[in-house]
Design a protein around this ligand. Structure first.
Ligand code: HEM
Length: 128
């Protein structure tokens, strides 16, 4: 077993402390992106950071305990396309890279996020 295979993806990304910072920075990038920022115009960002941390911790094999809403209902009716989804994931990938995540771990994270694409793009996924 290599060093890498002992730890969960969550651990390899630096655990809770690191994921907290990366979620915050990811949304800073999202809000600087003029295509994505309008989606969050009325969103309480502090709650979102918290919920996204919980969601990602669980999705990346860290501690379970997501207490937010079901992803389909949260994103439905917002007009989120596959292209928006890809840009959003791109901001997270860049944030991970900046924090020194390995290319393999970044790929693995993107693979995990892709599992949620249909829930998030919902009725708008014809566009992308
Ligand atoms: C893998 C990608 C994504 C994941 C895992 C994700 C996950 C989440 C989670 C966990 C929440 C919090 C739910 C709650 O408050 O109970 C949330 C809220 C939200 N998401 Fe996403 N999301 C993703 C992509 C996107 C994209 C691409 C957009 C738009 C471009 C988006 C727009 C929003 C908005 C606007 C809210 C806040 C709704 C409100 O104001 O309460 N999300 N998302």
């Amino acid at each position: 077993m290599t060093e890498n295979s002992k730890d969960s993806l969550f651990d390899r990304l630096g655990g809770a402390e690191s994921l907290t910072i990366m979620v915050k920075e990811m949304y800073e990038s999202v809000l600087r992106d003029e295509e994505l920022a309008p989606f969050f115009a009325n969103t309480p960002m502090e709650r979102l950071h918290h919920m996204q941390f919980q969601f990602l911790a669980s999705a990346l094999d860290g501690p379970a305990g997501y207490t937010g809403a079901e992803l389909t209902s949260v994103h439905a009716g917002r007009g989120i396309t596959g292209q928006h989804f890809a840009k959003f994931c791109g901001h997270f990938a860049e944030t991970l890279e900046r924090h020194g995540a390995s290319p393999q771990d970044v790929d693995e994270v993107l693979g995990r996020l892709a599992l949620y694409k249909d829930k998030i793009t919902g009725d708008a996924n014809v566009d992308g």
